[in-house]
Design a protein around this ligand. Structure first.
Ligand SMILES: [Zn+2]
Length: 307
């Protein structure tokens, strides 16, 4: 198979209105310090306005949904999955939706193949959290693991929260389907799972950092380099809504108050330290910076790192 990291291709020209896969010839590849990274697409998911904008005034919604290139009641969000080579390791951050969430997502396995990557060569799968659009691709439709030779990493707090056998009594009904999915995916990798605590390294120079609230054990991953890069999962699901309105809640946050504190702290730090971020649901390839604008932030896409 060809090496997905060595072929240099032009930048992708995807727009959110044409969400989804970058063809193999348009994949975004770059180097960050010792890390070689290619951003794969799992397709896109569609979220309702009630989930995206619960705190917006009704008259604010149409303008924001239009900026997200959505319709009157919903908007599409892309799904960006970095594949990271460091030393002998080939590391995937999250597994996408597989056939477990929305039919517009679940493209990761075919995009890996198109990029010349055999999923059997992936040595580590590292989860930010185990929502269905992040862990649903773990098991293939026929039941085998997509990455059969990988070691899997998830935060201890995340596992403890979702595997509660009494979840139907302890969690609100809106979380029950998420809990069933998380239990299914975590059970499938039980014997090859490493539990992480904030500060743990998953590879040399790649460290888990605590970003709770979206889920109780949500982790982001910091990659050392000439500057700092953080793969931040769903800390800020929309680079428009939650950068410009950092006090607004997101409908899929398990603990909205903790999620707000995490988001505000994270964006504040990202702006101050000029951290390069990779957001799971931001426009492909999901790379950019937070720029302070008064008391809020503005997303600045990373234009200068394609190699
Ligand atoms: Zn997500």
């Amino acid at each position: 198979m060809s090496d997905p990291f060595t072929t240099i291709e032009p930048r992708p020209t995807l727009r959110a209105a044409e969400p989804g896969p970058a063809p193999a010839s348009q994949l975004h590849r770059f180097r960050h310090g010792e890390f070689e990274i290619v951003v794969l697409s799992d397709g896109y998911i569609t979220l309702s306005a009630d989930v995206i904008l619960p705190d917006a005034e009704p008259d604010e919604r149409p303008g924001i949904l239009a900026r997200l290139q959505g319709g009157p009641q919903s908007a599409p969000f892309q799904v960006n999955i970095p594949l990271i080579r460091i030393g002998e390791d080939l590391i995937l951050v999250d597994t996408g939706s597989g056939d477990k969430f929305q039919p517009s997502a679940g493209r990761l396995a075919s995009h890996l193949r198109a990029a010349g990557v055999d999923p059997a060569s992936i040595t580590k799968v590292v989860f930010t959290h185990v929502h269905p659009d992040h862990a649903g691709g773990t098991i293939k439709p026929e039941g085998a693991l997509m990455c059969p030779n990988a070691r899997y990493y998830v935060s201890e707090a995340e596992l403890q929260f979702w595997v509660d056998p009494n979840y139907e009594a302890t969690m609100p009904p809106t979380l029950h389907a998420f809990a069933r999915g998380a239990q299914r995916d975590l059970a499938a990798i039980e014997d090859r799972l490493t539990l992480l605590r904030p500060g743990d390294a998953v590879a040399p120079g790649m460290q888990a950092i605590e970003t709770p609230g979206h889920t109780p054990g949500h982790l982001s991953y910091q990659l050392d380099g000439p500057d700092l890069m953080i793969v931040n999962g769903d800390v800020a699901t929309s680079n428009v809504v939650f950068f410009e309105h950092p006090t607004w809640r997101f409908g899929f946050d398990v603990d909205p108050e903790i999620a707000l504190r995490t988001r505000q702290h994270f964006l504040d730090r990202a702006a101050t330290e000029k951290i390069r971020m990779l957001g799971y649901h931001w426009p492909y390839p999901g790379l950019g910076y937070a720029e302070r604008k008064g008391t809020v932030f503005r997303f600045v896409a990373d234009a200068g790192t394609h190699s």
